[in-house]
Design a protein around this ligand. Sequence first.
Ligand code: CA2
Length: 151
Amino acid sequence: MSMKTIYILNGPNLNLLGQREPHIYGHDTLATIEGLCRTKAKALGFEISFHQSNIEGELVSLIQEAREKAQGLIINAASYTHTSIALHDAVKAVGLPAIEVHLSNVHAREAFRHHSYMAAATRGVICGFGPQSYTLALDALAHILNQKEKA
Ligand code: CA2
């Protein structure tokens, strides 16, 4: 059987990681995070398809594409987390097990970051661990997908 695929989606401005605001988001670039995810996924027996977009509609299309091409989804919707009913609806509609991630601890930041439209559409939320938030999410999603396999 071919390897299972996990889509990892990143929202607006995350392409700037490592270049601006390192006191909040650290020094790692998105390419470094992609590499960490690739290594972790391989160790867990999964493949990843890693994407970033600054455009809400493109993220909706990528979520829809994941329904055809992947078994699970990890999403850091960045600022769209706090605004986007479109992304909420897309994640709900595809029905894949999904996990919301954030680099920073959004609950320790401004009040407008405390609400997430993504949370109600996902299995769980991991935030505050920097790039490790992504690898923790891969662990959690691999567990969910392996349990599904057994059922
Ligand atoms: O902590 C996270 O991962 C966030 O999703 C990052 C978003 C923010 O709006 C969320 O509340 C929490 C912001 C991503 C912007 O990334 C930048 C990276 C470098 C420089 C400036 C912004």
